[in-house]
Design a protein around this ligand. Structure first.
Ligand SMILES: [Zn+2]
Length: 153
């Protein structure tokens, strides 16, 4: 835990974010991105490390195993439930120094000039939504994960 860290505060329930929790265990936390007053790109999911550590190189082997598994499971869930045709994944850390991975779906018919984890946002027909839409996405992904909890990788 670290004082004043947005992600630690979120895990500790100090602040609320859009949608509902998708998954949590002792090592990782999964939720939807929250753009505050602005609409969010639907299906843009954040996988956070529970421990306050900066980047991928700071993962323990146990954390890396958990992180890799949930990346695969969430990506599959978003493809199945949201009908994404591809999943982008990105670790930046420019704004919050606590490891979190962006899982960004690309939806069918996205023009090629908008292909990329940031670029998809600029497509005029990209699906954006406010809290009630985000909750529905979270519930579909969460249900898929729960129904496929024993899936082998
Ligand atoms: Zn933190």
């Amino acid at each position: 835990m670290s004082d004043g860290c947005f992600i630690c505060d979120k895990h500790n329930g100090v602040i609320d974010t859009a949608g509902v929790k998708i998954f949590e265990n002792e090592l990782v936390y999964v939720g939807h991105i929250d753009k505050g007053d602005r609409p969010s790109y639907l299906g843009h999911i954040m996988i956070d490390l529970k421990r306050h550590a900066l980047g991928l190189g700071d993962l323990t082997i146990e954390e890396a195993n958990a992180f890799g598994q949930i990346m695969a499971r969430v990506s599959r869930a978003v493809k199945e439930t949201e009908h994404a045709e591809h999943i982008y994944a990105l670790v930046s850390g420019n704004s919050v120094a606590h490891l979190h991975m962006h899982i960004v779906p690309r939806y069918p018919n996205t023009p090629e000039e908008y292909w990329g984890p940031n670029e998809v946002y600029s497509w005029v027909d990209a699906p954006f939504g406010m809290n009630e839409d985000i909750i529905k996405v979270c519930e579909r992904v969460r249900n898929y994960l729960e129904e496929n909890v024993h899936e082998e990788f």
